[in-house]
Ligand binder design. Structure first.
Ligand SMILES: Cc1ncc(COP(=O)(O)O)c(C=O)c1O
Length: 382
């Protein structure tokens, strides 16, 4: 089966993990610190704080932005459900806004109608790795004192206005789940230019402790820690960080390869009228974490039938990005989001991974192309 995604892992990652185990220090420790420093420098931000997942990162980002009960946070419904869930974890209300069709991201035009006196933050998702227009969203939100939190779960390695995604964000949250380019199994990272926010995030991820367990162990003298506020166990392990350090060194190569494969998909699928696929926005470059395509209106094959067809010929595609407001967990939400609903019902994600061969890609593209061209076969016999 051609997988939809396969992490690019090898002996180097295995050796790095084994070295962490052999060192005897496997919980959050020196490798997490090195990974944070290397990640911060790769993004071009002063501070990076490693956590156990991007979901945890979003949860902490909302706390750091001062979001709490009775606040509203504007989010795209078209996102993995973790984006909206994080808002509920802090007792606030997710308010779903529609997205732009080409980028699948929130824009000031889709967000503005939902602003109220209770809006405390916007979670701007770089969907599938396509950077959202952060400056445009900040121009809407900053004068109103509304925090913009960047959900860059999929976007490590993407670029926004010539710099890595996250470089300009006050708070950005990344995921290292294996569906992402850079993986640590599970894991996440928060980045921020603000030293005091970074310090608070470090305490929050570790039960609210004012001195980390690693620092206490390093000290020659007994150290009595204090718990400054309600915190969480959102720590990353040193085994994960050891893998992350190796993966970070390969990220640029992964982006180059995924962009080349995406370009090739576009060429192979050219000539299908009305087919929309993932692409760079005018102001940035995607890492193609997902190569999505939206079926043309009047497509001779439905999305789910096409997924089944691909599975039957050995290719594991996936539905496109989900819409949280259509899920039972959000059944109490009454909102009409036409672009979101169209994308959620009629888009899919094609297999794309670092070691994908030309033959595998040709196979997937030819199945898609012939399925979408089969209208001739289905035309009524005169
Ligand atoms: C946009 C978005 N936000 C958040 C998450 C959650 O990331 P994690 O699995 O690291 O918690 C994901 C995961 O797919 C995502 O795509």
């Amino acid at each position: 089966m051609i997988p939809v995604m396969r992490p690019w892992l090898g002996k180097e990652e295995a050796d790095a993990a084994a070295e962490a185990v052999a060192s005897g220090w496997i919980a959050q420790g020196p490798r997490v610190q090195r990974f944070e420093e290397a990640f911060a420098s790769a993004i071009g931000v002063p501070h990076a704080v490693a956590v156990s997942s991007c979901t945890a990162a979003l949860h902490l980002a909302l706390i750091a932005a001062g979001v709490g009960p009775r606040d509203e946070v504007i989010v795209p419904s078209l996102s993995f459900i973790a984006t909206a869930n994080a808002v509920r974890y802090v007792g606030a209300q997710p308010v779903f806004a529609d997205v732009d069709l080409a980028t699948q991201n929130l824009t000031p035009q889709t967000v503005e109608p939902h602003l109220t006196s209770r809006t405390r933050a916007v979670i701007l998702v770089d969907q599938g790795g396509v950077p959202a227009d952060l400056y445009a969203m900040s121009a809407l939100c900053d004068p109103r004192h509304i925090a913009v939190i960047e959900d860059a779960a999929c976007a490590a390695g993407s670029a926004y206005r010539g710099r890595p995604v996250g470089a300009d964000a006050r708070l950005a949250a990344f995921s290292f789940h294996p569906r992402k380019l850079l993986t640590t199994g599970e894991g996440g990272m928060l980045t921020t230019p603000d030293e005091s926010i970074a310090g608070r995030l470090r305490r929050l991820r570790e039960h609210g402790m004012d001195i980390s367990a690693a620092d206490r162990h390093r000290s020659q003298q007994p150290v009595i820690e204090h718990y400054t506020e309600l915190g969480f166990n959102f720590r990353m392990t040193d085994i994960q960080a050891a893998i992350g350090l190796v993966q970070l060194g390969k990220l640029a190569q992964m982006v180059v390869q995924r962009r080349a494969l995406a370009q090739r998909y576009r060429e192979l699928l050219s000539g299908i009228p009305g087919l929309l696929t993932a692409a760079d926005p005018p102001y940035g470059e995607t890492n193609y974490q997902s190569f999505w395509m939206l079926l043309p209106e009047g497509s001779p094959v439905g999305r789910d039938d096409l997924l089944r067809l691909l599975a039957s010929v050995g290719a594991s595609a996936r539905r496109g990005i989900m819409a949280a407001h259509l899920e039972p967990a959000y059944a109490d939400t009454q909102v009409s989001l036409p672009v979101t609903e169209r994308l959620a019902r009629h888009s899919l994600i094609l297999p794309l991974f670092h070691q994908m061969t030309r033959e595998q890609q040709d196979h997937v593209a030819s199945v898609v192309k012939s399925a979408l061209s089969s209208s001739v076969l289905r035309a009524p016999v005169p």
